[in-house]
Design a protein around this ligand. Structure first.
Ligand code: SAH
Length: 367
């Protein structure tokens, strides 16, 4: 057991089981032993790899998307460019490099706001941007609520999957909240069922079935939508997950690029879940914004021109092997069997805004 696991075990022995969301938040966010305080999760030496780390094309295309949306908004100056959970800062660095030459007026208008709780990752982000972005043009925040008002472009790649979830399990004809308690011998953390939980009418309690909810994600989608409805702008959320709400457990732990037991070593493995895009969409719509998608990442990147950009980059590569690596990275991002379908893109926009680039021909989910 990890140091945090020992502490949680003692606490649970004293005061009883805790919610899965409380466990999740503590495993990731504990100030002393939590994953974010102690680890740099990304890349080959870390626990998982994300799209911006796979190819520079990803950040470049998101940059092109930002410029197109900004122009469609009437080129507001200043524009707040917010990234939630920027990881190593790779997406922003590629976005900046890709747009600086072709849209200097956009770069001149941008004020960067990075929402990040991990101190090691803030340091990485600072490094990645130090030679690109003038000092003073970038500010870090603990949460979106700290970002000043004004028109905004917001990007969140693999952020919502990292927010804590609650779990409910069907037992004896009702939904009960699943909690983290102790095994019979008291030595390990173990899932236990708690009191009855109100899940609305969404799913019949089929014995043993699990339903997950992410209240923090829904509240955040509503907060983003409220800001955009009020101040104008557009948000792009990319993550793995499902278009329609479903039952089934998706809580997962990753350690050293392998699946791990989520309860085994809290604080030392990355925890995540599959995003329920339907519930995010409803939360955003109820807060007064319009939602496009979700659509498959492969389709979205295809519409932004990933094939052409990938070929140009591969063609300019120093050696044929490097060119092949570029093509392989692009395939990984868009192929249906890799990240192309499991990952989805969804946009939140002002009700009066024109079609969002990349989504124009997409059917609205739910129709
Ligand atoms: N977007 C990056 C990193 C994804 S990992 C990429 O695609 O590579 C998730 C990121 O969100 C990390 O930077 C993590 O530290 C940050 N994060 C997770 N929960 C957070 C929270 N509640 N508030 C702010 N940042 C958070």
């Amino acid at each position: 057991m990890s140091p945090l696991g020992e502490r949680l075990r003692a606490q649970i022995a004293r005061t009883g089981p805790i919610g899965v969301d409380t466990f999740f938040a503590s495993a990731m966010g504990d100030a002393e032993h939590g994953y974010y305080a102690t680890r740099n999760p990304l890349g080959r030496g870390g626990d998982f790899i994300t799209a911006p780390e796979i190819s520079q094309v990803f950040g470049e295309l998101i940059g092109a998307w930002c410029v197109a949306v900004w122009r469609a908004l009437g080129a507001p100056d200043p524009i707040r460019l917010v990234e939630l959970g920027p990881g190593h800062g790779t997406l922003l660095a590629d976005l900046w490099r890709g747009t600086a030459a072709v849209a200097p007026e956009f770069i001149a208008a941008v004020r960067l706001h990075l929402v990040e709780i991990s101190a090691p990752l803030r340091a990485c982000q600072q490094d990645a941007l130090s030679t690109l972005v003038p000092q003073g043009a970038v500010v870090w925040h603990e949460s979106l609520s700290e970002v000043p008002d004004g028109p905004l472009l917001l990007v969140a790649n693999e952020f919502f999957d990292a927010l804590p979830i609650r779990q409910f399990v069907a037992e004896g004809g009702v939904w009960r909240e699943r909690r983290v308690g102790l095994s019979a011998d008291g030595k390990e953390l173990a899932f236990v069922t708690g009191s009855e939980g109100d899940l609305g009418e969404d799913f019949a309690p089929f014995e043993g079935e699990i339903v997950e909810r992410c209240p923090a994600g829904e509240a955040l989608a509503a907060e983003i939508a409220g800001r955009i409805a009020h101040c104008g702008g557009c948000a792009l959320i990319i993550d793995y997950g499902h278009t329609r709400s479903a039952t089934g457990e998706t809580l997962q732990a990753a350690s050293g690029h392998r699946r791990a037991d989520p309860l085994m070593r809290p604080g030392e493995a990355d925890l995540s879940h599959h995003v329920d895009f339907t519930r995010l969409r409803i939360a955003a719509q109820e807060a007064g914004a319009v939602v496009s998608g979700p659509i498959a990442q492969g389709l979205f990147l295809g519409r932004l021109g990933i094939a052409e950009r990938g070929e140009a980059l591969a063609g300019a590569a120093a050696t044929p092997a490097v060119g092949e690596a570029v093509r392989g990275a692009v395939r990984r991002l868009v192929h249906p069997g890799r990240m192309g379908v499991l990952f989805k893109a969804m946009a939140i926009a002002h009700p009066a805004s024109p079609d969002v680039p990349g989504f124009a021909a997409a059917m609205q989910a739910g129709r």
